[in-house]
Design a protein. Sequence first.
Lengths: 469, 443
Amino acid sequence: MSFKNIVKCISLFSIAMVLCLAGPTTAIADTIGKNIYQTIDKQFIPALCRINYATEITNASSGETNRRSTYTMGIMVSNDGLIMAHGHMQLENRTPKKIKVTVGAGDDEKEYGAIMLKKPDDINVVFLKIQTEEKVNFPYISFKNSPFDLGDPILTVGLLNQNFDYGKIIRAYRIGSVITEPRVTYAVDNAVNFGFIGGPVVNANGHAIGVIGYDLSDSEGGDIYTRSGYPLVYQTSLFKKYIDNPPSEEELNSNENDAYLGVFSQPLTEEYAEYWKLPNEGGIIVSTVIPGSPAYKAGFKMGDIIRNFNGTPVTAQQDQDVVSFTKLVRESTLNEPLSVLFYRDGKQQEIKLTLTTRPTAGRNAAEYEDTVFGITARDLTTDVKIALNLSDDVQGVIITRVKSGSDASLARLRRNFVIQRMGNISVNNIEEFKKAIETLSKDKPQEIPIFCRVGPNTAFFRIQPRWKN
Amino acid sequence: MIRSALSVVLTGAMCVGCATTGITSQHSVIAAKDKVAPSLIHVSPVKEVFQRGERKEVSVTGSGFIITSDGYVVTNEHVAGKSDYVRCVLFDKDEVEAEVVGTDPYTDIAVLKLRTDRTDLPFVKLGDSSKLESGQSVMAMGSPHGLSRSVSLGIVSVTDRNMEAMGSKGAPYNNWIQTDAAINPGNSGGPLVNLKGEVIGINTRKLSGADNVGFAIPIDIARQVIEEIIANGHVTRSDVGITFQEMTRITEDPTRKGVVIASVDPLSSAQKALIQPGDILLSLNGVATNARFIEDLPRIRKLIADAPVGEILNLEIQRNDKVVKIPVKTNEKSQRKGEQKELNEWGFTVSALTADVIRRAQLENGKGVFISGVKAGELAAQSKLQTRDIILTIDGETIEDLDDFNEKYRKRIDSKQELTLLTIKRGALKIFRIVKQEEADEA
């Protein structure tokens, strides 16, 4: 590389150095030619877009939400407006609203509306689809599968902030670590600014071979790495299938066709195998069996060691391995008997059971927003009962939001209280809650005692409605 | 701006008022102070605390006062809870050691006995807190921030402050005397004194972030607790497993009598007697139990607490439009704080289960021990045991209580058992944990 080129690289990086003191050194740039930067500028940067959206932040105690505007970088991955962005855009209880996608730069800048597609559960990225009546041939990045090695130089593109008119910036890194569990993942060797998350990763040959990401998806044991702070590279093979075959436009986070067993499990480490004198052939320990679940009905008990699930041997030595078992179960066939081989009291046994679909998760449960008293409530689902340690027989609707200043808020009703009765009306589900509100709105009583389950206790809260004439 | 100007005017008015009172009652303030001062104690216990999986001894400072000529001293439980060594400085600056006679965490009262043969110690006169009026002048005496022999003057702000509405569940059996006499850390356990020189309260709490909002336990509540501690070393209370709420939680109608039964504990005698949430308790052994407001609740709880353990109480219950009489047998009320043990070898502390922990954890049989702390880097932490886990079984054997666990634990330590299997309850889940003891390295 000529001296002139090096000088150019340095000047390009001067902005990056200001933004991030831990920026990379020019030494890395020595191994990637200027031509790669120019390829990126010509071929890839036009396919990058800015996604502006409103995110709702939920107040933990009241459940009320406030909206905040934010933006992230998106990569157009097809000429008909399919966009890939990082998964942080769509966290649980943070559904993006009012999505606007800005494509192009300067005078050619154009804004489009877009919808979110179903979030993949095995990779922490999201997909959006631009909504437009016009026939537009969008620029896009075509990703290639290419192996990585420790120390490989890579370039990535970030989005500058508003002060720099959301300009793009190229920065060099190297692959600093190859992580092999729970799947092969790469970590870059330096700090990455927020504007780079979701950006394309380009190799020394000028091929787009992955994107910058943070965290694994939940189903990969994402919580283990959450907030780890290590920027990762998601290689093309992880997301290419979704570009070739985009996710559906159905409701977000719907896992309702997944198969469901109904156990919590933990890895069978060497110590447990030794303690129980089990042959060292792997397995997973059943810890909690959820009442009413297929596992419960089939007679599974705490301490059973599942060895083989429907013909697939089960091995779980570390916490991450439990995720693979969960995935195996989720993807199993529904409504036909499966065979499970397991150890109980040192003897191998077999149970035949039929998996059901996963019960509705709390976040997808039927919700009703009452505008009379200011309560938003949902059906009480099994996962919520477990999270709040409510026994299986507790009935009612769970408060998810209380509008500040409302009659319900003055009565000190709060998020996570379970409404069981309103006045003399029993409330067992969201339909009954809705009807109770309707009845009370017609009757207009001066005061309504609300009977709630609050943690392990029950208590009354009196609403004094301010009826409007 | 208007608001601050107004507050200046108000403060000004109050100061003027204070000054006038101050001049007229100067003599009575001094006279009252002189009556109590010789009995005032500066209390410095070395207190046992359990923190992050370890038992530690920490030196704290508080206040107290002598109530008998042979040296019984009253202070707060949070000052001298579990303390093997309590150093007291008397008002004449003499230092005397004291022992803890007994404590009552429910009312935050502790009784100490000075280790002295003297029988001529000056002691205070206990007053009558039921006769207090708000606006009445009072003095707080004690050792704010360790400054012994301090006196501050103020008035009773409110005679029956209930702090449950503020989220404090600390004092089920009493309301509080709220005073603007300055109460600071170190005043705890000291006397709140009227101008007759009688102790009418025990200074115990202050509202943090506020000025001159202090709270004292009314002496009428304290008197009974003190007497019981001196007689038995502890306070025994009865319980039937009912949580009450004031009537205004369901209706504002002032003609409605009784108190609301809000919650009935699982496995309690009230539940066995089929008492239900939403029932209204009208009377107890013929004594009316009207509680329209939250301030009325401590009296009703105390009616049950004061009944002998094992006695049948006659509850008059209104359910919908019917009134029924239901007999309920009292049980002994669980201690507020479970006894704790430090288990060095694994590096954690465990405590006995209290009724509160059992209810929160929804334990079916109420058996097990509670992990109160885990020491970083030690075996328990390495084995992924966590604070607030409940250990249900050890190697498949049910843990009856703290002593039973301690015995089973000791056995495994002594026999150097390599692997120990625990069943843990963590929230709604049950999980296994294995503790692997390595053989100790030879030095």
